[in-house]
Design a protein. Structure first.
Length: 640
C-alpha cells in the first residue's frame, strides 16, 4: 500500500512549484480562416494553451510545447501557455479575410500552360520562382518554364493570400502504385488497378500471365510475370510495375506483429498474403478476430495463432506463438460531459479507495492528479493487491462554482454508497473503469435554502461540534442534482438562486449513510427555508435531519440506515420510528436470490439493532427494509 501521507506532501510540493517560461515565438498574426504556428521553448513541454477570446482566435496544441492559432474574426486577443502555476502570454492580431482556395491543374509540362482560378475577386497572382513557372498577375495563367516546383500566390488588398504548389515536369507524371492481389493460381484471374487515369497495361512475360486493357490478369503457366502500367503524355512516358507470381499451390506467407499481449489488452497480427483466416489454439488464453488479426489477451499463458490460406485447390497455414502476460493495473478515463467550462488552471484528482478491515472504514490508499485538463483524462494505478476498490474523481477549479463539476465515483455516482465496486486481482488489468463527471445545472431564481450540520457521537446536542467542510447537495423534485456547496467553519451551508419548487438537501460523506432533508417547498410567498439542519452521528455512521437536538427528529418521519458498509459480517440497523411496529429485512444477492430474511420489532423513537451476515460469502447484496412507514432499499458489500 502506498504511503498516503507521502503522496499528499508530494502533491503539495508539485502544486506550489512555479518557474519562468520562455517567451512565445512565431507569427503573432493571421487572416480570418488561416493559421499561424507559435511555440514556447521545449524546455517546458506538456503545458496548456488557451485564447482569451475564441471568437477572435482559437488555439490548438500541435506538439509538446507548440500550437496553431486560427483567426476567426478581426481583432486582437491574448494567447496563453500555462504549466502548473507559471504562464506566458502574447498578443495575437487577426485582420482581413482569407481568399477562397485556388483551383485548377497544378501539374503540367514545360512549355505548356494551366489556368488557375480563385472565387474571391480582385486579387493579384504571383510566383515564388518565375524561372520554373510564371503566372499572369490578373489572368491566373501559369506557364511551365523548367522542371521543378514553384509556389503560386493569390493575394487580396487586405494582405491575406492563398497559395498552391505547382509542379513542372519534363516527363510524364509517375503513376501511382499498382494495387491488387499479389499472387494468382494457374488458370485463375485477378484484377489490378492504378489510381492514375489514362495509362495502359502490359505484361513482361505473356507466356506466364497476360493482362487486358481493364487490368484483368490471366495466369497461363507457373513462374513470375512483371506487369507494367504506362502513362504517356506530351511530357514523355512514365512506367510503374509489380511482380505477379503464378503458382500451382498457395502460400500462407509469414505472420508479423507483436506476439506479446497483456491480459485484457489487444495486439494486431499481419500476413502479407491476403484473404486468409486467423484462429487460436487456446481461446481461454487468447482470442483472435478471424478476419482482423486482432488478438485479445484473456488469461496469462501461451497460445498458438494460425493463419490459414486456401487456393489453387489446396490449403496452407503458418503459425506464431503468442504470450499473454499479466499486468496488475486499475485504469480508465475521467470524462467531462459537457466539456466546458474547464478551467485551464484547475486540478483534477482521482482517489483509489478500499475497505480497511482494521478500522472498518473505506479509505483512500492512492491518488492521481492532473493539471492539464482535457475533455477526457487517463489515469492508472499499478501493482495494487487483490481486493475490492472504489474510484473517485473531483475537479478543483481556481474559483469554486456551486454549479460546477460534481465529485463523482466510478461509473457515474455522486454518492459513495451507490458507487460501482471494482473487484481486482493481481493477475488482471482492470481497464475501462471510467468516471463520467457531470456538470451541475446552472440555476436562476429567488429561492434560498440554508442550514447547519453538527457532529457528535449520538449524544444529542450536548458537546456537539460543527461539521466543517462537508459536501452538501441540493436536489430538485425530479432527482436532478442542482447545486453543491461545502459547510463553513461554523458548520453552516446555503444555496441561493434556486428556482421555485420542491427540494431535498443531502450531505455526502464517505462511510456515512445520509437521510435527506426532504419536502422543502419554495413558493413565491415563501422562497426561503433556513433550517434544513443535520446531525452527524459518529458512532452509527449516519447523517440524519434534525430540528432541535442531534437525535430529535420529527415524530411523523420514520427513517432507517445501515452501517458499516462494507461489512465484515455484523450489520447494524439504526432507526427513528414514528410508532412501534415490525420491520421486515430481506437480503438478496446480485442474481435476485434471497439469502437472508428476518423480522424485528422496533420501538417508537430512536433505536439500534444488529444482524449477523457472517454466513454470506464476499460480494454485493441488496437489502430491503420494509414496514408500515418504511420502504428502503440499500446496496451493501460483504468483505471479510
Amino acid at each position: 500500500m502506498k504511503k498516503t501521507i507521502s503522496l499528499f506532501l508530494l502533491a503539495m510540493v508539485i502544486s506550489i512549484s512555479s518557474f519562468a517560461l520562455n517567451p512565445l515565438t512565431g507569427t503573432m498574426s493571421a487572416c480570418i480562416g488561416s493559421s499561424s504556428y507559435i511555440s514556447e521553448d521545449s524546455t517546458y513541454p506538456g503545458g496548456t494553451w488557451s485564447s482569451s477570446n475564441t471568437a477572435i482566435a482559437t488555439v490548438t496544441a500541435s506538439g509538446p510545447s507548440s500550437a496553431y492559432v486560427t483567426g476567426v474574426s478581426a481583432g486582437t486577443c491574448t494567447i496563453t501557455y500555462s504549466l502548473m502555476l507559471s504562464y506566458v502570454t502574447a498578443t495575437f492580431s487577426v485582420s482581413g479575410t482569407l481568399p477562397a482556395p485556388i483551383t485548377g491543374t497544378t501539374s503540367f509540362c514545360m512549355g505548356t500552360s494551366s489556368t488557375l482560378t480563385d472565387a474571391t475577386p480582385g486579387g493579384t497572382w504571383s510566383s515564388s520562382n518565375p524561372s520554373i513557372a510564371t503566372i499572369g498577375a490578373t489572368t491566373g495563367i501559369a506557364t511551365g518554364i523548367s522542371a521543378g516546383t514553384a509556389t503560386i500566390y493569390y493575394a487580396t488588398g487586405s494582405g491575406c493570400s492563398q497559395s498552391t504548389l505547382v509542379t513542372i515536369t519534363s516527363t510524364a507524371p509517375l503513376p501511382d502504385s499498382i494495387l491488387g492481389t499479389s499472387t494468382v493460381c494457374i488458370g485463375s484471374t485477378i484484377t489490378l488497378t492504378d489510381a492514375t487515369p489514362g495509362g495502359t497495361w502490359s505484361s513482361g512475360s505473356p507466356a506466364v500471365a497476360s493482362i487486358n486493357p481493364s487490368g484483368v490478369v490471366t495466369s497461363i503457366s507457373a513462374g513470375s510475370a512483371m506487369i507494367y502500367y504506362t502513362i504517356t503524355t506530351g511530357c514523355g512516358t512514365s512506367v510503374t510495375s509489380t511482380l505477379i507470381p503464378v503458382v500451382s499451390s498457395v502460400s500462407p506467407g509469414t505472420i508479423s506483429g507483436s506476439t506479446t499481449v497483456a491480459v485484457g489488452s489487444t495486439s494486431t497480427l499481419y500476413d502479407y498474403i491476403s484473404g486468409g483466416t486467423w484462429s487460436s489454439s487456446n481461446t481461454a488464453v487468447a482470442t483472435i478476430g478471424a478476419t482482423t488479426g486482432i488478438v485479445t489477451g484473456v488469461t496469462a499463458g501461451a497460445a498458438t495463432i494460425t493463419y490459414t490460406v486456401s487456393g489453387c485447390g489446396s490449403t496452407a497455414y503458418t503459425t506464431a506463438a503468442i504470450t499473454v502476460a499479466t499486468i496488475n493495473r486499475i485504469s480508465g478515463h475521467v470524462n467531462f460531459v459537457p466539456a466546458s467550462p474547464l478551467d485551464s488552471f484547475g486540478t483534477l484528482k482521482i482517489w483509489l479507495i478500499n475497505y480497511n478491515t482494521g478500522t472498518h472504514m473505506l479509505e483512500a490508499i492512492d491518488s492521481f492528479s492532473a493539471t492539464s485538463i482535457m475533455t477526457s483524462v487517463y489515469y492508472e494505478f499499478l501493482s495494487e493487491p487483490t481486493d475490492s476498490y472504489r474510484v473517485k474523481a473531483a475537479y478543483f477549479p481556481t474559483t469554486f462554482s456551486g454549479t460546477g463539476f460534481i465529485p463523482t465515483y466510478h461509473t457515474s455516482s455522486f454518492y459513495w454508497s451507490a458507487a460501482d465496486v471494482i473487484y481486482h486481482t493481481t493477475a488482471m488489468a482492470n481497464d475501462g473503469t471510467d468516471i463520467n463527471m457531470a456538470y451541475g445545472t446552472v440555476t436562476s431564481g429567488p429561492g434560498f435554502i440554508a442550514g447547519d450540520v453538527s457532529t457528535g457521537a449520538n449524544k444529542g446536542t450536548s458537546g456537539t461540534l460543527p461539521a466543517i467542510n462537508m459536501l452538501v447537495y441540493a436536489i430538485n423534485s425530479s432527482g436532478t442534482l442542482i447545486q453543491q456547496t461545502y459547510t463553513d467553519a461554523t458548520g453552516h451551508y446555503s444555496f441561493s438562486n434556486l428556482p421555485l419548487g420542491t427540494y431535498s438537501v443531502r450531505p455526502e460523506l464517505i462511510n456515512y449513510y445520509t437521510t435527506p432533508y426532504s419536502g422543502i417547498n419554495l413558493t413565491s410567498g415563501s422562497s426561503s427555508f433556513t433550517d434544513a439542519s443535520f446531525g452527524q452521528h459518529t458512532i452509527s455512521k449516519s447523517i440524519l435531519p434534525k430540528t432541535t437536538g442531534l437525535n430529535n427528529l420529527s415524530p411523523s418521519l420514520s427513517t432507517v440506515s445501515l452501517y458499516p458498509n462494507p461489512t465484515s459480517g455484523k450489520l447494524n440497523i439504526i432507526w427513528n420510528e414514528s410508532a412501534a411496529e415490525t420491520v421486515n429485512i430481506t437480503i438478496t444477492n446480485i442474481t435476485g436470490r434471497i439469502v437472508y430474511n428476518t423480522s424485528m420489532k422496533v420501538a417508537q423513537g430512536f433505536g439500534e439493532n444488529q444482524v449477523d451476515l457472517s454466513g454470506l460469502v464476499n460480494g454485493t447484496y441488496l437489502v430491503s427494509v420494509k414496514s408500515g412507514t418504511i420502504n428502503c432499499n440499500y446496496k451493501i458489500q460483504v468483505q471479510k
